[in-house]
Each structure stands twice: as structure tokens, then as C-alpha cells.
Design a protein around this ligand. Structure first.
Ligand code: G3P
Length: 227
């Protein structure tokens, strides 16, 4: 499963890339706006931090196919490397998706809430479809079930598009999504930290340190090997 960072905070992205396996970054207009900073230098900095090989998904802010297509070409040129234009699903978005996917630009179809939206986005040529798990849970729907069925539908119909589950609030949602065989998830850095946190792990590490010190004092393994 790919782990992608859903954030535009430069320092948080830098920290995630240093300490965690990260396959890319996704943004949307809300995430970008939270930074209150110059858009182009922000995008340039994200690309610098993650390098050219990791995916960078940036969302269009236009709502006509013609304008979306123009933005996609301009962003691809500016962003470089592994670039995906994120397009919210709509008739104009699908028109742009069909054009761009045939003309060398990768598309991530986003704001997916139903299984049929996902199927149609994939048929239009999207490389990724992004269902919103927590927002589905918030309307008493079932985000995990929607993702599970999209994964199943893609298998049944031999569709090459990947499912990029998005909008997470809990570790439980992520765990259940990983059991569906979903190809990738995008999560914020705080949630990524929670994925590896467990107090018993901290107790265990503490015990290892105390037991070692009881016998070897402050000597490290390297110090002892060099004796
Ligand atoms: O990438 C889409 C995702 O950011 C939406 O998440 O937390 O705003 O529901 P959220």
C-alpha cells in the first residue's frame, strides 16, 4: 500500500520524508489555503523536498474542461517529475480527464463518494480515484465499504486505475481500508505518527535501555565493539 501525505506544510512534509516511508504528496485548495503563502514557491518547495520520483498530486481550481486542461498543462510544466492533476468528478471534470489521460497527463479523480463515480472516473482514464472515507462516515454512510466495493469492482472489471483512499480521521479507518487491498492512502502527518504509536512499545524500549544500562552502564554497542 502506498502512503501519501495529505498536507502542504513544508516542515511537516520534510519531517515525514525523513522519518517515514512516503510515496508522495496530495494537496487540494483547502490544504494549500491553510498555508497562507505564495502558491508557486510552496509547490516548488514541496517538489524539492520530495524529489522528482515521488508523486505530487495538485488539484485544479477551475470548473470548465477547457480551463482544467490549461491548468493541468501549466502545472505539469511547473511541477515536473511524477505529477498528477487532481480533478473533482463532474461532467466538465470527466471531459478534461478523458482529454488529459489520452494526452500524457496523469489524472487523479477526487471527491469520490460512490462506487459508480469511481468506475466512471476510471473509464474516463483516471489513474487514481480518491474516495473520501471520513466524509462518508460522517453522513452515516460507510467509507470502508465504499472503498472495499470500488477495489472489488476494479478487480472484477480488470480496471488498471488505482484506489487512493482519502479523508481519514482515525487509525481504525486506515486499518480497515488496508484490509480491503486498497492500493494507496493519503493521510495527514499527525495521523501517520499515530499509526506507529503504542505505549507498550515505548515501555518496551524503556525497559531495553534500563536493562542494558544495569550491566553495561552508558557504553554503546559501538563503544564495546571497539574495545
Ligand atoms: O485529499 C482529500 C482530503 O484531503 C479530504 O480530507 O479531511 O478534508 O475530509 P478531509
Amino acid at each position: 500500500m502506498l502512503y501519501i501525505i495529505d498536507d502542504a506544510d513544508i516542515e511537516k512534509i520534510r519531517e515525514c520524508v525523513e522519518f517515514y516511508p512516503v510515496d508522495g504528496v496530495t494537496t487540494n485548495p483547502t490544504i494549500i489555503s491553510k498555508q497562507h503563502t505564495d502558491f508557486s514557491s510552496l509547490i516548488r518547495s514541496i517538489r524539492e523536498i520530495i524529489g522528482k520520483e515521488r508523486m505530487l498530486h495538485i488539484q485544479t481550481t477551475s470548473d470548465t474542461a477547457e480551463e482544467i486542461i490549461k491548468e493541468a498543462y501549466a502545472l505539469k510544466e511547473f511541477v515536473g517529475g511524477e505529477f498528477y492533476i487532481k480533478i473533482p468528478i463532474s461532467p466538465e471534470g470527466l471531459k478534461a480527464t478523458m482529454y488529459l489521460s489520452k494526452n500524457g497527463i496523469n489524472v487523479t479523480s477526487t471527491a469520490i463518494f460512490t462506487q459508480q463515480q469511481a468506475l466512471i472516473a476510471a473509464k474516463a482514464g483516471a489513474s487514481f480515484v480518491a474516495p473520501y472515507v471520513n466524509r462518508l462516515d460522517n453522513i452515516a454512510s460507510d467509507g470502508v465499504k465504499v472503498v472495499e466495493e470500488v477495489v472489488e469492482l476494479f478487480k472484477l472489471h480488470n480496471i488498471s486505475a488505482k484506489v487512493l483512499a482519502a479523508s481519514f480521521k482515525t487509525v481504525e479507518q486506515i486499518h480497515k481500508i488496508s484490509l480491503t487491498g486498497c492500493h494507496s492512502i493519503t493521510i495527514n502527518p499527525e495521523l501517520y505518527e499515530k499509526l506507529i504509536y503504542h505505549p507498550l512499545t515505548l515501555y518496551a524500549i524503556d525497559d531495553f535501555e534500563k536493562d542494558w544500562e544495569t550491566v553495561y552502564g552508558t557504553n554503546s554497542i559501538l563503544g564495546l565493539l571497539n574495545n
